[in-house]
Design a protein around this ligand. Structure first.
Ligand code: TXA
Ligand code: MG
Length: 353
């Protein structure tokens, strides 16, 4: 299949031209086809959420296990009622504050939502993204777009159209290229199908921000990396996901100790003839004499680290690095989401410096 990569950035064209392109993409969606598109978090792989055959195409294109449910993207509050039942007041409050935006909420599903879209569950995940092109595509695509991240299952989520093309070229008819995304990690997921709302996936919208708005919220105990054996409630969070091809090892401790330890590990691995990658920050990158060193962002701006994480992992994949040593990051603010994704990418391999 030919994959058309369609530029929808505003630099070289006017609004009407962009709108025409998005309408063509919406037409593909309404016909049951797939279109990759930008959102503010990561690129999504979209299909008509109410068409079971269309949802199945998503699983096939990604190589995704069929029990891993999809998020339905909507463009206005009125449409929530059509796909979700028993939406509690607290969820409406969150929607008022954070929609459109990087927040996904889980409710009981209505009858029009096919089980193919929810991975066989009676609940449905819903998000209203804030990216203008995403909102326009949802409207012209019929109102309900099922969209996981547009990567091959198990690879880092795409934060640029080029990443989508790496994974999806030849598998889908169209990629809308809106340039690099703003946030860079997936939406926060809050489950409202249980008594007390529960965060199933940390993201840009933090637990504190949610508590400020609705009071009590719990963290899915399955997210905390220990040996209790509790698995995460969101099926997608249990896989070793966001994984680079190389082995990733996180190094924790004070700045000086971490740098020393990484340099020592890099030296040993190089001696063994391995090609080594190092993930540092703008503040520390010059302190690593060995290996291929990449800065993931600046420690003074946690959002910059989130924005570059997946791109850096993909760059290392292309360089055929065998082992990556990475600095680790604090739990503050968006740091919790960054840490969660890095732990998963590392398969929980951490070294104390
Ligand atoms: O930011 C995002 O959320 C991006 C963009 C494209 O919107 N989408 C995204 O989708 O990250 P995906 O499919 O890569 O991740 C969805 C996660 C998976 O871990 C899935 O298991 C979980 O949400 N999920 C979806 N529906 C669920 C449900 N009914 N119950 C529990 N978990 C659910
Ligand atoms: Mg994903």
């Amino acid at each position: 299949m030919e994959t058309a990569i369609i530029n929808i950035t505003e630099e070289t064209q006017n609004q009407e031209t962009i709108m025409e392109k998005i309408r063509a993409a919406g037409h593909i969606i309404r016909q049951g086809g797939l279109v990759a598109f930008p959102t503010e978090t990561v690129y999504g792989l979209g299909a008509d959420a109410l068409n079971p055959q269309a949802s199945e195409k998503i699983y096939a294109a990604k190589g995704r296990p069929s029990d891993n449910p999809l998020i339905i993207h909507i463009s206005n509050m009125g449409d929530l009622e059509k796909i979700a039942k028993n939406v509690p007041k607290s969820a409406r409050k969150l929607a008022e504050r954070f929609w459109p935006g990087p927040l996904t909420m889980i409710f009981e599903k209505s009858d029009i939502v096919p089980l193919e879209t929810t991975g066989g569950l009676q609940t449905v995940a819903v998000r209203m993204p804030s990216h203008p092109a995403a909102l326009l595509l949802i409207e012209s695509g019929g109102g309900f777009i099922a969209a996981p991240s547009a990567n091959t299952s198990g690879r880092p989520s795409p934060t640029r159209a080029e990443h989508v093309a790496e994974d999806m070229k030849g598998r889908i008819p169209m990629i809308l290229d809106g340039g690099p995304v703003g946030i860079g990690i997936e939406s926060t997921i809050v489950d409202f199908s249980a008594e007390v709302p529960m965060i199933l996936r940390p993201g840009y919208i933090t637990a504190d921000m949610i508590r400020e708005t609705i009071g009590e919220v719990r963290m899915d105990p399955g997210l905390i990396p220990d040996d209790s054996g509790i698995s995460p409630k969101a099926p997608g969070m249990k896989y070793r996901h966001y994984a680079p091809k190389a082995q990733l090892i996180l190094v924790e401790g004070s700045k000086e100790h971490v740098q020393e330890k990484i340099n020592q590990l890099a030296k040993e691995a190089s001696k063994e003839g391995k090609s080594v990658g190092i993930i540092g920050t703008d503040e520390t990158r010059d302190g690593y004499p060995l290996g291929i060193v990449k800065s993931i962002g600046t420690r003074t701006d946690g959002a910059s680290i989130a924005r570059h994480l997946y791109g850096v992992l993909r760059e290392f994949d292309q360089l055929d690095v065998e082992i990556i040593y990475s600095e680790s990051f604090s739990e503050a603010g968006i740091g919790q989401a960054v840490r969660n994704r890095m732990m998963k990418a590392a398969g929980r391999q951490i070294i104390e410096a």
